[in-house]
Design a protein around this ligand. Structure first.
Ligand code: 3NM
Length: 213
């Protein structure tokens, strides 16, 4: 995907798995799409996470919803699943598979890599990442093993170094604090709980979109 299009798709990047939802994941995703999310990542993690066929079924069902609404469907960590479903891309963290190996396996699909330091950003770029997930920007209750909070410093550092790779901020982002990520040079925000745990995921997405525009 061309980087100017990817930048737009990163505007409001919703991440979710079954353990993040108050309601049926399909309903939450549909509501979020109605509210204007621009990209979706299926991330099935944590206690009671689905595995095997259950995971695959949910992934398929969410992928179908994304396809109907032309929202790119990205799979977190599970490269086999991404290839099997012919997902639009993969997102990996520093503890997951090696980014260079993943790039070889997924060909031209979108590759996102979470990075927490400048060294990790440079390595991800060398390995062929299409975008960087920088975080945690703010404290988050969603990821138990999150790194120390960084605010927007890493994003600023990346941009000051003249690096133009698409960046999305992650961690504790809400409509009240999302704007700072764009002001720091981020292309968009990725959120889990601000949408997935909202009573009204559609409205939550609309509010987020307003604050990043
Ligand atoms: N990765 P919420 S923070 C999945 O810092 C994830 O790399 C992070 O969830 C990182 O929007 C995080 O609910 C959790 O805070 C984001």
């Amino acid at each position: 995907m061309e980087s100017s299009i990817l930048r737009q798709k990163l505007n409001l990047y919703f991440i979710m798995g079954s353990t993040n939802c108050l309601k049926e994941p399909e309903d939450v995703l549909l509501q979020a799409i109605k509210g204007g999310i621009t990209m979706f990542q299926y991330r099935e993690k944590g206690k009671n996470a689905r595995a095997g066929m259950d995971k695959r079924e949910l992934a398929r069902s969410l992928q179908k919803i994304c396809a109907l609404h032309a929202v790119p469907f990205i799979v977190n960590d599970d490269i086999d699943l991404a290839v099997e479903l012919d997902a639009d891309g993969v997102h990996i963290g520093q503890d997951d598979a090696d980014a260079g190996e993943v790039r070889k396996r997924i060909g031209s699909r979108i590759l996102g890599v979470s990075a927490h330091t400048m060294a990790e950003v440079k390595k991800a770029m060398k390995d062929g990442a299409d975008y960087i997930g920088a975080g945690p920007i703010y404290p988050t209750a969603t990821k138990e093993d999150a790194e120390p909070v960084k605010g927007t410093l890493l994003i600023e550092e990346i941009r000051k170094a003249g690096i133009t790779i698409p960046i999305v901020g992650i961690g504790g982002i809400t409509s009240a604090n999302a704007r700072a990520v764009k002001d720091a040079g981020g292309d968009g925000v990725s959120v889990i709980s601000a949408i997935s745990l909202s009573e009204d995921p559609c409205r939550a997405a609309e509010e987020l979109l307003k604050s990043v525009h």
